[in-house]
Design a protein around this ligand. Structure first.
Ligand code: MOS
Length: 740
């Protein structure tokens, strides 16, 4: 049997879900039509710490259209007080009305269920709550006095130390020591969290906006104490996730609890303001970096100490120092992570957790060191290139030099003027800055199923998700090539917990995990098809040896006798039986042998108004080596989107916590700034081809998160180059630039 050429994999095909989305027919979780459903609105706490003294729902119950008010007074008692499934990332410590404790402002304390959304909202307004307040810890400066070392950071030690760091710093020719910070941020996908819960007997169906259908199934079933087989989670489309939909939060279980009470389906859409509190966010970080270098710019010491916040009831670590463990070569090295507890909702993974925040600090520090030793920032990075991963393992592949070269050339980096504030155009200072991008290549076990019936169409299913990233499309491409089918003979389906299990669409791992499973299931199906054809006495292919057979473009054919051919569909029609295959694919020992990362280089032009310090970023060039691209267009879009989020992080995003009461004061898309089109200039995404035989059978490295990394540092560096002003606290707003 000959192998199939890659007819469609890699092609820049349009997203298959595109027409449904632009015509408004794509049904997201909250759009699902479920007859007879009621609407739930969450009531959330208005203090940050204490207890509910009294929750009076009597007025709410009398409010028009209200069917039920779920609260501590009547909530189902859950196994282990609702904490039976605490197993991050999918299972978090939820607040499910099992006690009176208030742990943060914005915590769900009741759900009002009514016939319409408006009635539920009015009912929620009518719930009267009295609290007994405790002192809340809301000031990070105070909280970090009692910062502690977490047990682990993403399965790794919180601290590392290699060599005599302090000695190397003492004896070095050049040192920089600086503190960087990143603020509270909240994910804010366009589609808020939303759940429709519907019971039929003991069967629970959840239409949920999630990055992890089987995670929701397992978490909800354990939390409620019911059999996982009785929970069905459906999520065909996700309107952005960015990490917040990787976990199952309180509202999902509360919707199921409410639906059980009212014996009707219940829809619960988390309001935009409620996106700041009970559903995670990016922790704020304070990062101290010390770099020491020899006079030639080679790093002799790298120190990166991170303090980030978590909630009072769960540890979430922002792993910002991981990037300093691997990105550059350094004679000695020490990294640490500490946590400080605040009375806020538990933060979570957000858009390249660790690498985004950590690379801002590290890439800024590298720029500062380059200036100190009189090196061009690109040369500084080239000189400190990590040829081997610092733990001594070889990289599975690494094409960072090529990214530096390609990006620098396209950008015109050689025209950069080393002296800050030396380039001016009218009333604007112009500066060039750069940063290195990186993200680990992750992969988990995944499964897929293929069914080919009499119509000759392959239905390929996997319980994965598409966050708007291209899973719908790239999996169909992989399947088509593995089968030898044209794309229009392949239907790929996802977003259903009844399909074979796939991992969370987080950590940039869906393509790397699911495409090998899809490929394996399709290869098996193809073999079965060939067998059917050679045994079919009515087929022109009967009796041909299996190794002389192929399937190309949906046709069986003999390699040696090209005129003997027949469409798969006609053979399958006669066969009267379907081919059904299922396969799993999982990582093997390659992680022990190789360190696996994607890399890139980002180049930025900043323009800063000389009077107002207004910043514009007219131009970004990013060059990336991310293994094989399954679809050139969706790959480009993902990287471009990541760069926009980097711009957002650098200049706009910040949730402001009122330290008197623990409420985020700018909890709306009007006041929590993200870039609009007018804020985004030209973004040029370039790729360095990379053939990595180690990462996974498809050779893909994952592209969901690398795009944001390195960008905020590159922007800070470009602003410094433009103005001579170094801002080390994100976001870089004009007030900070004026006073820098
Ligand atoms: Mo991503 S922040 O791992 O969903």
């Amino acid at each position: 049997m000959s192998s199939t050429p890659n007819a469609v994999t890699g092609k820049p095909l349009d997203r298959r879900d595109g027409p449904a989305k632009v015509t408004g027919t794509a049904a997201y979780a909250a759009d699902q039509r479920v007859p007879g459903l009621l609407h739930a609105v969450l009531v959330t706490s208005t203090i940050a710490s204490g207890r509910i003294a009294q929750l009076d729902a009597s007025a709410a119950m009398k409010s028009q259209g209200v069917a039920y008010v779920l609260s501590r007074a009547n909530a189902q008692r859950l196994p282990k007080d609702g904490k039976a499934a605490v197993n991050p990332p999918a299972g978090r410590v939820m607040t499910l009305f099992q006690d009176d404790a208030i742990l943060y402002n914005g915590q769900p304390i009741a759900a009002v269920i009514a016939d319409t959304l408006e009635h539920a909202k009015a009912g929620a307004e009518a719930v009267r709550v009295r609290y007994t307040g405790d002192d809340a810890v809301l000031d990070f400066a105070n909280a970090k006095q009692s910062a502690y070392k977490p047990a682990k950071v993403q399965g790794r030690p919180a601290d590392t130390s290699e060599g005599d760091v302090e000695g190397a710093i003492r004896n070095a020719g050049a040192r920089i020591e600086a503190g960087y910070s990143t603020p509270f941020e909240h994910h804010n996908p366009m589609e808020p969290h939303a759940t429709i819960a519907s019971w039929e007997g003991d069967q629970l169906t959840l239409y949920d906006a999630t990055q992890y259908v089987s995670g929701v199934k397992n978490t909800v079933s354990k939390t409620l104490g019911i059999d996982a087989k009785n929970v069905h989670v459906v999520c065909p489309f996700v309107g952005g996730g960015f990490g917040c939909k990787g976990s199952t939060w309180s509202h999902v279980v509360l919707a199921a609890m409410a639906a059980q009470k009212v014996k009707r389906p219940v829809k619960l859409v988390v309001e935009r303001t409620q996106m700041w509190g009970p559903v995670g966010g990016r922790p704020l970080t304070e990062q101290a970096i010390t770099l020491a270098a020899a006079s030639d710019g080679r790093l002799v010491a790298t120190k990166h100490a991170v303090v980030s916040h978590t909630s009072t009831f769960e540890d979430f670590v922002e792993p910002s120092a991981l990037v300093s463990r691997m990105l550059y070569s350094s004679g000695t090295r020490a990294t640490s992570h500490r946590l400080a507890k605040l009375n806020v909702g538990t933060p979570t993974f957000q858009r390249a957790p660790g690498e985004a925040t950590g690379s801002f600090a590290l890439e800024s520090a590298i720029d500062e060191m380059a200036e100190k030793v009189g090196l061009d920032p690109l040369e500084m990075r080239i000189r400190n290139h990590a040829d081997m991963s610092p733990d001594g393992k070889p990289w599975s592949s690494k094409s960072l030099f090529a990214c530096y070269r390609l990006g620098a050339e396209r950008f015109g980096w050689s025209r950069r003027n080393a002296k800050p504030g030396s380039l001016r155009d009218g009333n604007e200072w112009i500066g060039y800055g750069m940063g290195t991008a990186t993200y680990p290549t992750n992969r988990s076990k995944a499964s897929a199923k293929v069914t080919i019936a009499g119509d000759g169409v392959a239905v390929v299913q996997s319980g994965t998700q598409d966050l708007g990233t291209g899973t719908w499309t790239v999996m169909a491409q992989v399947a088509a090539d593995a089968l030898g089918f044209p794309l229009d003979r392949v239907r790929f389906e996802l977003g259903d917990s009844a399909f074979p299990e796939a991992p969370v669409s987080g950590g940039s791992q869906s393509a790397a995990s699911v495409s090998p499973a899809v490929q394996a299931a399709c290869i098996e199906a193809r073999q079965q098809l060939l067998l059917i054809a050679t045994k079919d006495s009515a087929s022109p292919l009967r009796g041909i040896a299996a190794d002389d057979m192929t399937i190309v473009n949906g046709w069986f054919g003999s390699l040696s006798q090209p005129d003997r051919r027949e469409p798969v569909a006609s053979v399958m029609k006669r066969a009267g039986t379907a081919v059904v295959t299922q396969a799993s694919s999982a990582p093997g020992k390659e992680k022990e042998q190789y360190e696996m990362h994607a890399f890139g280089a980002v180049f930025v032009e900043a323009r800063v108004d000389a009077d107002l310090c207004r910043v514009r970023i007219p131009r970004v060039v990013g060059a990336y080596a991310v293994g094989r691209r399954l679809n050139e267009k969706t790959a480009n879009s993902q990287l471009m989107g990541g760069i926009v989020w980097g711009l957002s992080m650098a200049l706009f995003e910040e949730s402001l916590l009122d330290t008197r009461n623990g409420r985020y004061v700018n909890a709306s898309l009007a006041e929590y700034h993200v870039p609009v089109n007018a804020d985004v200039g030209s973004i040029d995404v370039l790729f360095v081809d990379e053939d990595d035989p180690h990462v996974n059978p498809l050779g893909v490295k994952g592209i969901g998160e690398i795009g944001i990394t390195g960008v905020a540092g590159a922007i800070a560096n470009a602003i410094y180059n433009a103005t001579g002003r170094r801002v080390r606290d994100l976001p870089i707003t004009l007030d900070k630039l004026m006073s820098a």
